[in-house]
Design a protein around this ligand. Structure first.
Ligand code: DC
Length: 244
């Protein structure tokens, strides 16, 4: 850790804890960025996409979603059986997703889940249940939550809202390399198609479509390193706390 970062983190930990929302397109580095700022500020980080993925995994196992089409009536009837919690992984310092007592953090990243999650997340009852849970988790502030509708629907009063974007080519490349890095099977054309499909469904769905909140600050990180994004964030965070 360099000295500037250390001083910044030490100073900021003493400040009032606010709510920070990070929305944006898939695979533009939201979770990497959100995790980095949460760990610097000593805030809780919650990946709301993981919750939609966990519900999707449950539905996949029951056969209520496949090939990108969900049987909404059956999915809604399953909702009371689904419990989603988070478990701190002490090694990484981050939460992992637990579905009905089972740690599914790895499985929810599988291609089968990615290909079906948009269909499940357009169901209004699914969104209602997860938004309620997200608000409960974030009630006390001191949280960074990333997703698609966190600044617009879940925490419209959040003190700091960031909307992330990057070109589709940059996002597809990052996702492809991430899958390879995890030792998972990866096909570049399939990854690109999944990203384009999800952009279209996430932005055009009727309930809580992906859109930038009017008061969100845009971060286009197509040509930015993680370190450059942190420099950008520190400035924004300081301005926010100083009310300018
Ligand atoms: O962030 P992610 O790619 O893991 O999210 C998976 C899917 O969940 C994404 O395609 C859209 C959906 N999602 C959502 O509808 N609302 C959120 N707040 C977060 C994710």
């Amino acid at each position: 850790m360099n000295l500037f970062r250390y001083n910044f983190a030490a100073r900021m930990k003493k400040k009032k804890k606010i709510t920070i929302t990070v929305d944006g397109y898939s695979s533009c580095g939201k979770s990497t960025f959100a995790k980095a700022i949460a760990s610097e500020l000593d805030y809780l980080y919650i990946d709301s996409g993981a919750m939609y993925r966990a519900v999707t995994l449950y539905c996949l196992r029951r056969g209520y979603v496949s090939r990108g089409v969900a049987d909404a009536g059956s999915v809604v009837s399953l909702l009371p059986e689904i419990s989603i919690t988070f478990l701190l992984n002490r090694e990484t310092g981050f939460n992992e997703t637990v579905l009905n007592g089972e740690n599914v953090e790895r499985e929810i990243r599988d291609r089968a889940v990615s290909d079906n999650v948009s269909a499940v997340s357009t169901i209004p009852e699914v969104r209602r249940k997860l938004v309620e849970l997200q608000r409960e988790i974030g009630a006390g502030g001191g949280i960074v939550m990333d997703g698609r509708d966190i600044g617009t629907v879940v925490f419209p009063e959040a003190e700091l809202k960031i909307f992330m974007t990057a070109t589709p080519e940059v996002r597809a490349r990052r996702r492809y390399l991430e899958l390879l890095g995890k030792g998972l099977p990866a096909d570049y054309a399939a990854v690109e198609k999944n990203i384009n499909d999800r952009d279209r469904i996430d932005s055009s769905r009727e309930v809580s479509p992906l859109r930038r909140a009017d008061d969100a600050v845009v971060l286009d990180n197509s040509n930015m390193t993680p370190a450059e994004q942190m420099v950008w964030f520190r400035k924004l965070y300081t301005q926010t706390l100083n009310g300018s």
